[in-house]
Design a protein around this ligand. Structure first.
Ligand code: HEC
Ligand code: HEC
Ligand code: HEC
Ligand code: HEC
Ligand code: HEC
Length: 501
């Protein structure tokens, strides 16, 4: 053979073989990829492991956790302590005391339980224990209504309702008329119990069943205070552009109550589940717990409702009589839902869950982070989905808002404290009590506004301009009170001049 052999690769048989091998390899790779993809997809679909048959009696989150281990794990991590510049309860063992951090509050809350024990909030896992041990409960008499927001009581309320004679059984769906009758009857009864008795009826902090339907896992609201409060808000006619389902309900015949579980969109429910507790409320011995939303959600609308409200004994609404001045004052409580409602995020359709329970990926699975906490600990998932700025920049923007709010709040607290001091001096000086009455109203107005921002837990972030507006009014009412007192006494007590520079 003189002609040289064709190069190995040029031989048809070898070429065919190589092509076949290549094709086979490619097929194997594609198959492998496919199998991986389908596995991931199946994993993604497998949000539930259906080990437990959940129903309206399953309170224990550990049982739900068997079907939804990822959400349950994160839920348990609300035990983790943290502290941001203004958020969290602090990372150390001891609770951060609000009254030790800001002694002006002792003077502002004089004569009220908040002047003896008042701490920074911490994670959901602690809510029941923290309430059971606070001196506000151990050293003062408190009603069963306190538990409305500190325990999973959906089932406990229904059980008590059945004992009160409400119709049906515990097995009925939560939205059925019987179940609703049980819930409300039980709620009324438990609110009237002394705290020590009521707390024996519950075992868990906020639980899956409080926010989810056990059969469909859809979001729902279960807290009686919210169910009534949101209907009162719907009937108020006050514009709520951030809650379109309410606007829509108002256009209907209004024969049935506004019912979030029937009327609200999923995106609205992503805030409403939090609004079951993170709100201003009345919770005392004189009447059943309620959310004061009948005239709207703004600070002066809630105030106007309280001013008109009469307790069963005929007296107008107040939370306590100030220890030093005798003014009938109001205590604001964590109005997160109300303040968020005034901000640009609510107006843009951004829900509490968007920032506080952002989506997280675990493998191919996208779930909502059930470790409810400060969004500043997870800026990439909580904010950068919408804002294309670096983490440090976003954090700086939040802190700029918070620092400004805090500075203005300091001035407003000074104004209230100084008005209190002047009133106290005037009383000691024997000034006619009847003449002081209109000035006590200034204290009520100023205190209510300062407290509305102070008790709100975002230090202004949820609605920066609204927070500033409220604090501006607080300063004005405080100083107006001092001026009126000066006119009355014909002298200056001098403390107005002690303002900060
Ligand atoms: C646009 C994002 C965003 C939305 C929407 C939002 N928040 Fe916040 N929230 C924040 C930020 C930022 C803070 C400040 C956190 C800090 O200082 O560490 C905060 C603070 C809080 C705190 C105190 C947290 C802590 O660590 O102490 C609570 C409670 C809270 N928000 C509840 C709510 C509720 C309830 C809603 C809905 C009604 C809501 N937030 C809506 C961003 C948001
Ligand atoms: C059943 C009432 C209830 C519901 C519903 C509820 N919270 Fe809370 N939340 C509380 C209580 C009570 C605390 C304070 C617990 C403590 O200090 O012991 C708290 C604390 C927090 C904190 C502070 C966490 C920390 O570690 O400092 C944040 C943030 C928060 N809640 C956000 C939310 C958001 C967002 C929702 C809705 C997805 C929500 N909460 C739903 C009652 C509730
Ligand atoms: C409408 C819901 C609601 C009701 C009713 C309620 N709380 Fe709370 N409570 C909360 C929320 C939300 C927080 C977390 C935010 C905060 O601390 O401002 C909280 C925080 C607390 C804390 C931890 C922080 C602190 O203030 O020291 C204690 C203790 C507490 N509540 C006790 C009580 C007592 C006692 C009652 C009854 C008089 C009561 N709560 C009624 C919703 C409620
Ligand atoms: C304070 C209210 C609240 C509580 C308590 C709560 N969840 Fe959720 N959960 C939510 C919100 C909000 C979403 C987002 C739902 C949506 O966007 O449709 C969610 C979503 C889910 C989903 C759907 C998949 C996902 O992650 O988005 C599952 C499953 C779930 N939760 C399981 C649980 C389990 C299990 C518990 C108890 C261990 C629990 N949840 C407690 C508010 C809550
Ligand atoms: C779902 C989208 C979304 C998320 C999540 C979100 N934002 Fe926003 N944010 C907006 C929109 C929309 C506006 C209104 C301005 C605009 O249209 O750009 C806004 C406005 C703001 C402003 C200006 C506020 C004001 O009152 O003028 C700040 C600051 C801000 N966001 C910070 C944050 C931070 C911090 C987070 C995370 C904790 C966050 N945002 C999460 C959509 C979002």
């Amino acid at each position: 053979m003189t002609d040289s052999k064709p190069a190995l690769l040029a031989r048809p048989a070898v070429r065919m073989g190589l092509i076949a091998a290549g094709a086979a390899l490619a097929t194997v790779l594609v198959m492998a990829l496919y199998s991986n993809v389908t596995k991931r997809k199946a994993e993604a679909r497998q949000t539930s492991f259906k080990l437990m048959d959940l129903d309206e009696k399953t309170v224990d989150p550990a049982q739900w956790g068997k079907n939804f281990p990822r959400q349950y794990d994160a839920y348990q991590r609300t035990l983790e302590k943290y502290g941001t510049k203004y958020g969290g309860g602090g990372s150390e063992g001891l609770l951060r005391s609000k009254i030790a951090e800001d002694p002006r509050l002792v003077s502002i809350f004089d004569g009220y339980a908040f002047s003896i024990d008042y701490n920074q909030r911490q994670g959901h896992a602690y809510m029941l224990d923290d309430q059971r041990v606070t001196k506000r409960v151990t050293e003062r008499k408190q009603p069963g209504s306190c538990l409305h927001c500190h325990a999973s009581n959906t089932v406990a309320f229904r059980e008590q309702g059945l004992k009160q004679g409400a119709p049906g059984t515990l097995d009925e769906a939560f939205t059925s008329p019987n179940a609703q009758a049980q819930l409300m009857a039980g709620f009324e009864a438990v609110c009237k119990l002394p705290y020590g008795e009521a707390t024996k009826l519950v075992k868990h902090p906020v639980a899956c069943i409080d926010c989810h339907d056990p059969k469909s896992m859809q979001l729902r609201v279960t807290k009686p205070g919210f169910i009534r409060g949101i209907d009162a808000l719907a009937r108020s006619g006050e514009p709520v552009p951030h809650l379109p389902s309410i606007e829509k309900w108002r256009k209907g015949d209004k024969l049935a109550n506004y019912d979030a579980n029937r009327d609200a969109s999923r995106q609205e429910l992503r805030s409403m589940v939090c609004g079951q507790c993170h709100v201003e409320y009345y919770c005392g011995p004189k009447t059943t717990l309620f959310f004061p939303w009948n005239k709207g959600l703004k600070v002066e609308q809630i105030e106007a409702y309280y001013d008109d409200y009469k307790f069963p004994d005929g007296h107008r609404f107040f939370d306590w009589k100030h220890g030093k001045t005798g003014a009938e004052v109001l205590k604001a409580q964590h109005p997160e839902f109300e303040m968020w409602s005034q901000g640009i995020h609510a107006r843009s359709g951004v829900s509490c869950a968007d920032c506080h329970m952002p989506y997280v990926r675990e493998g191919a699975i996208k779930i909502s982070d059930h470790q409810v906490r400060s969004p500043l600990l997870n800026i990439s998932r909580s904010c950068q989905t919408c804002h294309r700025f670096p983490e440090e920049e976003l954090k700086a923007r939040v802190e700029a808002i918070q620092d400004r709010t805090k500075a203005l709040m300091n001035r407003a607290e000074d104004a209230v404290v100084q008005l209190i001091a002047d009133l106290e001096a005037a009383k000691k000086g024997g000034l006619d009590e009847a003449k002081l009455a209109p000035i006590l109203e200034f204290q009520r107005k100023a205190q209510w506004r300062v407290d509305f921002v102070n008790a709100e837990n975002s230090m202004g972030f949820h609605a920066p301009q609204e927070a500033a507006r409220i604090l501006g009014e607080a300063i004005d009412y405080g100083r107006q009170g001092q001026l009126a007192l000066r006119d009355l006494a014909g002298t200056s007590s001098g403390s107005a001049a002690k303002g900060r520079k």
